[in-house]
Design a protein around this ligand. Structure first.
Ligand SMILES: *Cc1c(COP(=O)(O)O)cnc(C)c1O
Length: 386
């Protein structure tokens, strides 16, 4: 939802652009903070969802840590207020340079995904004469009931260490004297709205811990990853995810050992609802069944619909006759048929020059943009600055 003043300001900004509602982000972070404090859970914001410096600074000011998936994300996190000892580093393909950077900065944990990776981290840590803190990312083989492109916790996915390899790996680790095993890491996938999936994850983690306890293996932390979904259909009714409900599942079903810290890595749930992509209608073109609303934003600014058939709510925020509803295929200008934000979308009668808001684009929106077709980079604006 936008105020009249915001829409007036939008008229004078070059489209397309991203608009971030800082007030909503602040309220979201307040809720996340109180919910995590009630449970004692530690939060590492997943930087890959949105790495705007201003947004990172605001999130780090809450005392949260960061979850990074590249060396450049670690740099962005530290430059914007996240202390290295609260930074987790995940990724199936870390380069030597990235690993060295992480070791030099004494980050909270390198989340490792294979024996081959552990060998390289050991070598690089030895070279740096430093102990690398590591966690093992385990593939729990659980289906999160989300789109298969954003499912990561199944054996067929490239992510994590398979359960049957775990015990041997932990035994082998004992000879790696530059590695300190500090925890276990799990991340099932993204946009998970079926919360029973998290209950199943708790059961899996409890089982794994019980197996390890029989071998006297006790680890300082458990990291349950991210994945909490948001309501793309009703962004105004559900503008803030129910973090309490989410954490309560873990409080009820997860059995950490005494003294063990429990960590989460939400990305989408933190920044998803605060962003909108604002675009202008260039042309309305007659189609066979529905007309096309052709916009100046395309898959180069927001690739999620083209990449994962993702749904985003589309609104005409400057419609002249709000009650006259028609159906449109809302498309971008890029030379690809998948460059479509929605088919047969009901909008008030739309004309050239109208402003269109594509909602819930604060996560995996701007960060995934590209310059395909040599497009200009869209600008970004914040509610407290316009
Ligand atoms: C992407 C990712 C996250 C964040 O996922 P969301 O669905 O945005 O909460 C957390 N942890 C890891 C390891 C990731 O790759």
């Amino acid at each position: 939802m936008f105020t009249e003043n915001q829409i007036k300001a939008f008229e004078n900004i070059k489209t397309p652009f991203y608009f971030y509602d800082i007030d909503l982000l602040t309220r979201t972070l307040d809720k996340l903070k109180s919910a995590s404090e009630k449970t004692g859970y530690k939060i590492h914001y997943a930087v890959k969802a949105n790495a705007q410096p201003k947004i990172l600074k605001l999130i780090s000011s809450y005392g949260f840590g960061a979850d990074c998936v590249s060396g450049n994300e670690i740099i962005a996190a530290t430059e914007n207020g996240f202390p290295p000892d609260k930074i987790a580093f995940a990724g199936v393909g870390k380069t030597d340079e990235e690993i060295e950077y992480a070791i030099q900065n004494d980050i909270f944990s390198l989340n490792c995904e294979s024996f081959a990776e552990l060998e390289i981290i050991q070598q690089l840590a030895e070279k740096a004469k430093k102990t690398a803190k590591i966690a093992l990312r385990i593939n729990p083989n659980l289906n999160p009931n989300t789109h298969h492109y954003i499912t990561t916790g199944l054996e067929e996915n490239k992510f994590g260490i398979n359960l049957w390899e775990l015990e041997k790996l932990i035994t082998d680790l004992k000879s790696f004297n530059y590695l300190e095993l500090t925890g276990l890491h799990f991340h099932l996938g993204s946009q998970i709205t079926d919360l029973s999936v998290f209950r199943s994850l708790c059961m899996k983690v409890n089982n794994i811990q019980n197996q390890l306890l029989k071998k006297q293996i006790k680890l300082p932390h458990l990291n349950l990853g991210g994945g909490l979904g948001i309501d793309y259909h009703k962004p105004d009714e559900h503008s803030i995810p129910n973090f309490e409900l989410y954490f309560n599942i873990f409080k009820k079903f997860l059995e950490p050992i005494p003294g063990q810290s429990v960590h989460f890595e939400p990305g989408r749930a933190v920044t998803g609802q605060c962003g909108s992509l604002i675009s202008r209608v260039l042309f309305v073109k007659k189609g066979i069944t529905t007309d096309f609303a052709i916009m100046d934003a395309g898959m180069t600014e927001l690739i999620r619909p083209a990449l994962y058939q993702a749904f985003h709510k589309i609104e005409n925020i400057t419609a002249r006759v709000p009650d006259k509803i028609k159906k449109y295929d809302v498309v971008g200008p890029i030379c690809e048929s998948s460059d479509c934000f929605g088919k047969s979308i009901e909008l008030p009668e739309t004309a050239r020059g109208d402003l269109i808001a594509i909602r819930s684009t604060g996560a995996y929106g701007e960060v995934m943009s590209s310059s395909y077709n040599l497009r200009d980079k869209a600008g970004s604006y914040f509610s407290d600055e316009i």
